[in-house]
Design a protein around this ligand. Structure first.
Ligand code: NAD
Length: 415
């Protein structure tokens, strides 16, 4: 098959590579010209896809900025960003722009699938009318479906192939086309009755995580007051073989999905005079966590008879999760900003993030900066760091990720 992928980011590029690996011809439409040039020169900008993987698919995957090239594709999958506006409402600009561009090239018999995370109703209410401006009718002239992306960047135990894929089409024929498309690259395709059910399933998955992370973050704040080790409590609860699912507390929620997606559903719910309280509360608790972490650093310094103002604070890890360089919505950035505003001398070390231009910082050498820092805080537990050695070298170590469990030292404070 010839398949078009719109948006070659964290979602679109691995998907494009998976289709190319399965022997299909793939054209990736991308508005960022540097990404197009880089990919066509064999360089990947996404950590999960190394240059060797790109080389292995060779000519079968090509990036382009020319939307007209999509006209010859049998199927087109949209993977553009769905962020929030400044007032934290769904920002569908990227999606609607790409739909407008697609309506100009849409051909009879084509299948269009939306993978971007969004609120229920987007495919039918927002995408469909724009595509039908082409004069073609969905369900008869072309096919339209929603299939949420479930990728977890950095994860190697589940891949595009082994993670079950959900599809919901506008009509049974649309669903059938989408099922056949994903069976080219996924071991299991699960059919839903509508695009709305598929859209909401994805939001449920992310909101489930957001609510449970908020629960353990709140528990961590309570344990701090009670003088109980939250990690010991969670480790103990997790020994129950049924009825409990482990979530770990941390410095707050980051990434493109968890802090953003719940607001998509809350927006849709408000249109129906419904106020989803769990979702809003979870967002609120998770948003207070970086401030709680800064206060914890301040308290730890205070116990060492040092004011936060003027102290050197070294943050270990600023990306939103271990093993990746994505800093979108990262709590590490909020912690760095807040510490700097309070007068601390902030530096960071992150093997995946070379610089933070917004803060005027670049990743520092770990050996040199460890002993010079008044406080070192583990914000993101990248697996390549040796936390035992760090605990031995730091004057004061504050661990927001629980990776120092098992280390007993007077200079060590854990969330
Ligand atoms: N990153 C994740 O872990 C993840 C997981 C599941 C779902 N999602 C969802 O998938 C969607 C994409 O996320 P992402 O992380 O891949 O974003 P991304 O920012 O990494 O990639 C999106 C790409 O689309 C390009 N783009 C924007 N508008 C375009 C247009 N009109 N035409 C062509 N290209 C365009 C951008 O330049 C960018 O390269 C979002 O809805 C997100 O919520 C992301």
């Amino acid at each position: 098959m010839k398949i078009g992928i719109v948006g070659l980011g964290y979602v679109g590029l691995p998907l494009a590579v998976a289709f190319a690996e399965a022997g299909n011809e793939v054209v990736g439409l991308e508005v960022n010209s540097r990404t197009v040039q880089g990919l066509n020169a064999g360089h990947s900008h996404i950590e999960d896809i190394d240059d060797a993987k790109l080389a292995a698919v060779g000519e079968r995957l090509r990036a382009t900025a020319n939307q007209a090239e999509l006209a010859s594709c049998e199927a087109i999958v949209i993977c553009v960003p769905t962020p929030l506006t400044g007032s934290r409402e769904p920002d569908l600009t990227y999606l609607l722009d790409s739909a407008t561009a697609l309506s100009g090239v849409l051909q009879p018999e084509q299948l269009l699938v939306l993978e971007s995370t969004t609120y229920p109703g987007t495919t039918r209410e927002r995408l469909l009318p724009i595509l039908e401006e082409s004069g073609l009718r969905a369900g008869t002239d072309f096919h339209l479906a929603f299939s949420p992306e479930r990728i977890d960047p950095g994860r190697t135990d589940y891949t595009v192939r082994t993670t079950p894929k959900l599809v919901g089409g506008l009509t049974p024929a649309c669903t059938e086309r989408a099922r056949a498309l994903y069976e080219l690259i996924c071991e299991q395709v699960i059919v839903l009755s509508s695009p709305e059910a598929a859209e909401l399933s994805k939001l449920l998955e992310n909101i489930f995580r957001s609510v449970n992370i908020a629960l353990v973050n709140e528990l961590a704040q309570l344990c701090d007051r009670l003088g109980i080790d939250v990690w010991e409590v969670i480790d103990a609860a997790a020994t129950k073989p049924f009825g409990f699912m482990r979530f770990d507390p941390g410095p707050g929620m980051g990434g493109h999905c968890l802090p953003v997606d719940p607001f998509y559903l809350a927006f849709k719910a408000r249109e129906h005079d419904f106020y989803p309280e769990f979702i809003e509360l979870a967002g609120k608790v998770n948003q207070t966590q970086p401030a709680f972490c800064v206060e914890r650093i301040q308290r730890a310094l205070n116990e060492a008879e040092k004011p936060l103002k003027g102290s050197k604070v070294l943050l270990l890890g600023v990306s939103y999760k271990a093993g990746v360089g994505d800093i979108r919505e990262s709590p590490g950035l909020k912690i760095a900003h807040r510490l700097a505003n309070l007068g601390a001398e902030v530096s960071y070390h992150d093997p995946h993030v070379a610089e933070l231009p917004e803060l005027g910082l670049a990743s520092v050498d770990l050996q040199q900066s460890l002993s010079a820092a008044d406080a070192v805080a583990i914000v993101t537990a990248h697996p390549e760091l040796d936390y035992e050695r760090i605990a031995a070298a730091a004057a004061l170590l504050i661990d927001f990720r629980g990776v120092t469990r098992g280390i007993d030292a007077a200079n060590l404070v854990r969330l």
